[in-house]
Design a protein around this ligand. Sequence first.
Ligand SMILES: Cc1cc2nc3c(=O)[nH]c(=O)nc-3n(C[C@H](O)[C@H](O)[C@H](O)COP(=O)(O)O)c2cc1C
Length: 246
Amino acid sequence: MNETIKLQHNHRSIRSYKADPVSDEMLNAIIEAGHRAPSSMNAQEISVVVVRDAERKTKIAELAGGQAWIAQAPVFIAIVADYNKTDIGVRKAGQTQVIHESMEGLIVAGIDAGLVLANMMVAAHSLGLGIVPIGGLRRSPQAIVDLLGLPQLTFPLVGLCIGHIEKDAPLKPRMDVNTFRHDERYDASHYQEAIDNYDATIMEYWKQLGRTDGLSWSQNLGNNLKQVYYPQVKPVAAMQGLLNDK
Ligand SMILES: Cc1cc2nc3c(=O)[nH]c(=O)nc-3n(C[C@H](O)[C@H](O)[C@H](O)COP(=O)(O)O)c2cc1C
């Protein structure tokens, strides 16, 4: 197996970082990997805001619901849907941008942000750095908009902590690959059994880590997905001019 695939198979999220800074050379290489990601229609409607200021990171850690690793990691990158950038191009062409008011626009920005995130993650892993993506960036989106100075037609989608690893984490088991891979046609006939098995696997994983507070996959999702866990996303996105009603 080649080194790139080995890195990807070895992915784990890291939530414990050393204070050592990430060099500019490493950071630039990671950003460039994100910048080279493809985008739908070559719209390049994603921007990143690099945050290294300790006070600002501490604030983001609080806003994300008390995620200490955001303050601890030397670098935090906010990945932003940037329909402000595309709007300038559309206006230059004498047209009026509408895509940012549509479901399609939000889906596309989510996909393209994910590609930027994945490229930066692999680049950071390849440099021996630890990472953890941060969806908690959407917990208090108005405060993040203010803190990062995000203009109309932009929205913070996801963050990424990067730093030198203090405490490594074990690989987190995944559900059986046959719940992920479907050949030719979708088939969910084995989902129930696979989920039962995975719930047991995850409980064993927590036990091995000495975590008595660990929940099964089903219980954890039950707690989280029974509600819109970041309810401020819709109203703040709308205030930023991003709708999904077309
Ligand atoms: C888009 C996205 C958002 C995430 N948000 C958070 C977060 O806010 N805080 C956190 O600690 N982990 C976050 N994670 C990490 C997941 O919890 C983690 O990927 C998952 O539990 C699997 O563990 P692993 O990455 O170690 O394999 C996020 C992951 C993704 C892909």
